[in-house]
Design a protein around this ligand. Structure first.
Ligand SMILES: Nc1nc2c(ncn2[C@@H]2O[C@H](COP(=O)(O)OP(=O)(O)O)[C@@H](O)[C@H]2O)c(=O)[nH]1
Ligand SMILES: [Mg+2]
Length: 240
C-alpha cells in the first residue's frame, strides 16, 4: 500500500517491516491450534508472501508490522507462537507483556473452533486482565471445505465479548493487513485516551509502549515527546 488511506477517520500508511524508526511499540501475541495458518497469515501481512505447505513453527517466530497513523510511527511486535510445552515459560513472558492477542481458527477445522475456549482460558490465566482479543477465522479462500459459518464466528466473538472478529485468507491476502491495521488503531487510540484523560481510563498492558531505543518510557517523557513535536529521521520510507 503506497498511498495514505483512511480508517475510522484516522489517516494511515503501512510501512515496510524493516523501517527502523518508531514512536510507539506494542506487543501482540498470536495463538490458536496448529496448522490454522497463524504463521502464513502473519507472513502475508508483514512480508506479502504466502507460504504454501508451510511447516509448523518451532517455539515462536517474531514479526514486525510498521504503520504510520496520523504523524506517529507505530511498531507492532508480533509473537507468533506454537503450543509446544518446551517453550511454555518463554511464551508466558510474551503473554504477560502483550497488549492484544489474536486467537486463530480455521474455517475448515471444527476442532480449532472448539478449542478457542481453551485459548481464552490460557490468555485469561497468563495475560494482563485488560488484554484485548481479536478472533480470526482463517482460510476463507477454501469455501468448498468450509465447516464454520461466518455467523458462528460472529456469535462466538459476541459471546466472549472479544474486541473484533474477521475472516481472513493468507492465500488471497483478504483482510491480512486489515486486522493488523485495526489492531494498531485500537492500541493507538487506547494510548491517546489513557494520556488525554489523565489515566482514568484503563489501558492494555501499560508497560508495553516503548521508545525507538527499546527502553520503556515513563509517562513524563512520553508527554514531553508528544508536546514538543520532535521529528524523526527517515531511513526508509518505502511502503508495501
Ligand atoms: N488455502 C489456505 N491455506 C492456508 C492458509 N493459511 C495457511 N494455509 C496452509 O495451512 C498450513 C499451515 O499453515 P501455518 O501458517 O504453518 O499454520 P500455523 O501452525 O497455525 O502457524 C500450511 O500448509 C499453509 O500453506 C489460507 O489462508 N488458505
Ligand atoms: Mg506457525
Amino acid at each position: 500500500m503506497d498511498e495514505t488511506s483512511k480508517f475510522e477517520n484516522l489517516s494511515y500508511q503501512i510501512l515496510n517491516e524493516d523501517y527502523t524508526e518508531f514512536d510507539l511499540s506494542f506487543k501482540v501475541i498470536v495463538v490458536g491450534n496448529s496448522a490454522v495458518g497463524k504463521t502464513c497469515l502473519t507472513t502475508k501481512a508483514t512480508k506479502n508472501i504466502f507460504l504454501d505447505n508451510h511447516q509448523s513453527t518451532i517455539g515462536f517466530e517474531f514479526f514486525s508490522f510498521m504503520i504510520k497513523i496520523e504523524n506517529k510511527i507505530i511498531k507492532l511486535q508480533i509473537w507468533d507462537t506454537c503450543g509446544q510445552e518446551t517453550y511454555r515459560s518463554l511464551i508466558s513472558n510474551f503473554y504477560k507483556t502483550s497488549s492484544l492477542a489474536f486467537i486463530f481458527y480455521s474455517i475448515t477445522d471444527r476442532k480449532s473452533f472448539e478449542d478457542i475456549e481453551k485459548w481464552v482460558k490460557e490468555l485469561r490465566i497468563n495475560c494482563s486482565p485488560d488484554i484485548k482479543i481479536f478472533l480470526i477465522g482463517n482460510k476463507n479462500d477454501l469455501e468448498e471445505y468450509r465447516i464454520i459459518s461466518k455467523l458462528e464466528g460472529e456469535n462466538l466473538c459476541k459471546k466472549y465479548g472479544f474486541e473484533y472478529f474477521k475472516e481472513t485468507s493468507a492465500k488471497t491476502g483478504i483482510n491480512a493487513k486489515e486486522i493488523f491495521v485495526k489492531c494498531a488503531m485500537i492500541l493507538y487510540k487506547d494510548f491517546l485516551n489513557y494520556y488525554k484523560n489523565g489515566r482514568n481510563n484503563s489501558m492494555s498492558s501499560k508497560s508495553t509502549y516503548i521508545d525507538s531505543k527499546n527502553k520503556t518510557k515513563n509517562e513524563t517523557s512520553i508527554l514531553k515527546k508528544y508536546s514538543n513535536g520532535k521529528k524523526r529521521g527517515k531511513k526508509n520510507n518505502k511502503c508495501c
